[in-house]
Design a protein around this ligand. Structure first.
Ligand code: GTR
Length: 411
């Protein structure tokens, strides 16, 4: 009976989502003419002509615009941050990895807010290894069939391994990288009604005191990723200067913003991140700013609402977010069936960030036009559009590992 009603509720929610999605533009000929804000021009109109002008002036301006108008300002590292190994290293994945679990406490209170990291280290590593770090949607036990992953109160035994395909732990370890993941709800729940009165937001003050440029949930989740990097700085097994941050969908928006805010991330990956992630907002293809702010009012800062239906007034567009990674390697991936995320808008963001990469003396995105399906283009900016739907597949991971080998050095 119960499972019947869950199936019915899920079907209703999929149907209502599909009905909403169907009302949006998917016709390339109906994409309005738009003009992107100048990337290589200071707010006062002065052209940005060299690397010094980008590094010392323009990058800071662009970052500040995203903070105040899109994602909101986040706090720094808490003084009381501390790390507790909750499960010591054990052999895992058929002996090729060591599994460790670590609780990262955000405050000094024993039962205060914290997040639980699952970490796989390649067993054969001879020295510090590069790592992939990403948040997961449903819980750490879902990322692998490894029976040794601790089930927490909220986790279901039957969900173990259900997202194995999205994480490809075996492939990552076989290629010599470490893999770390944290359930995003540990940092704060993805809940439009109560997000700010729980988790990390609560530590920094009451929900009704958040200013218009105060952090939303995407900024909070990204803040959590930086705290994971803080942990890597304390251990010898991971080379914290070679950490790639990865995320899918809303968590792809999160990995991009984390990479922009924290330049310690050596490589940034956006998988199907769409509106408010890699896709250009001005294209009005698939999800729009108004739609995302309506469905998910807690993801961005309040100021972002000013641009509902007024994308042309935004002082930034998402190519400027990609450019904030420069000169670090950044990879944007799309899927053919993920029209809601606007694959072409994701490609164009990557392409329009290219001039900053060139100005800084690196290769940008080699592809001059959108690459054919399943054919990655990899410069210092990488891009591919893969066959299939909104998801993370082995194909995506193989491309990310090749890209990491190219830029971080093959482990
Ligand atoms: C959708 C949302 C997208 C994307 C996705 C997800 O409903 O409209 O922007 O973030 O959720 O994160 O799964």
């Amino acid at each position: 009976m119960r499972s019947c009603s869950i199936i019915t509720a899920t079907l209703i929610s999929i149907l209502s989502c599909t009905t909403i999605m169907a009302q949006f533009n998917y016709d390339e000929s109906k994409v309005p003419a738009y003009e992107l804000p100048e990337l290589l021009q200071l707010n006062d109109g002065t052209p940005v002509k060299d690397a010094a002008a980008w590094n010392e002036k323009r990058r800071g301006e662009v970052l500040e615009l995203f903070r105040s108008e899109v994602y909101g300002r986040r706090p720094g590292r808490p003084k009381a941050l501390r790390f507790e190994v909750t499960k010591k290293d054990e052999e895992a994945l058929g002996g090729k990895a060591r599994r460790r679990e670590v609780r990262i406490h955000f405050t000094s209170k024993e039962n205060g807010p914290s997040m639980n990291m699952l970490l796989y280290l390649p067993a054969k590593a001879k020295g510090p290894t590069p790592a992939f770090l990403g948040l997961n949607f449903i819980g750490n036990p879902t990322v692998s069939n490894d029976p040794g992953i601790t089930l927490r109160k909220r986790d279901k035994d039957s969900d173990r391994g259900m997202k194995t395909g999205r994480w490809q732990a075996d492939m990552v370890i076989d290629r010599g990288y470490a893999l770390a993941t944290i359930w995003y709800g540990d940092i704060e729940p993805d809940d439009k009604r109560n997000a700010f009165s729980q988790g990390i937001h609560k530590v920094y003050g009451p929900a009704n005191k958040i200013p218009p440029d105060g952090w939303g949930s995407i900024a909070a989740w990204g803040w959590g990723l930086s705290r994971a990097l803080d942990y890597f700085e304390t251990i010898d097994e991971i080379d914290h200067k070679r950490v790639a941050v990865i995320g899918h969908s809303r968590l792809g928006k999160t990995s991009l913003w984390a990479g922009a805010e924290d330049e310690r991330f050596a490589l940034v990956i956006s998988n199907d991140s769409g509106c408010g992630g890699a896709a250009l907002s001005r294209r009005a293809f698939g999800e729009t700013v108004k739609r995302i702010n309506t469905s998910f009012p807690h993801w961005f800062c309040d100021n972002f609402n000013k641009y509902n239906g007024r994308e042309a007034d935004l002082p930034v567009d998402q190519h400027m977010l990609i450019a904030l990674m420069a000169p670090r390697p950044v990879y944007v991936a799309s899927a053919v069936g993920d029209r809601w995320a606007d694959p072409r808008g994701e490609y164009l963001s990557a392409k329009h960030a290219d001039p900053v990469y060139r100005l800084l003396g690196t290769e940008g995105l080699p592809a001059q036009k959108m690459p054919p399906v399943d054919k990655p283009s990899m410069g210092r900016i990488g891009y591919h559009i893969r066959t299939g739907n909104h998801d993370v597949k082995a194909f995506d991971w193989k491309a990310y590992l090749d890209f990491a080998d190219k830029h971080l050095g093959r482990p």
